[in-house]
Write a protein of this length. Structure first.
Length: 72
């Protein structure tokens, strides 16, 4: 799964470049959404993902169009 997610991030970056757009590294983050049933946690750790060779940050909340999105 890790390879697939990184591949999709790379596709996003390539598409942005091909349309003369940029991905804002400061606004691009990763969020882990834990299952409601803690027994269904698959792994306690997650890989680093990169966008343009920069590690994406993991966050528990972020602001999107004036609304806060949280992992709860």
């Amino acid at each position: 799964m890790e390879g697939l997610i990184q591949y999709l991030i790379n596709v996003l970056a390539d598409c942005a470049t091909n349309t003369d757009m940029l991905c804002n590294i400061d606004k691009t983050v990763c969020m882990i959404l834990p299952p409601k049933d803690k027994r269904k946690v698959v792994t306690p750790t997650f890989p680093s993902f990169k966008l343009d060779n920069v590690d994406l940050k993991y966050v528990s909340e972020f602001k999107y169009l004036g609304h806060f999105i949280t992992n709860e």
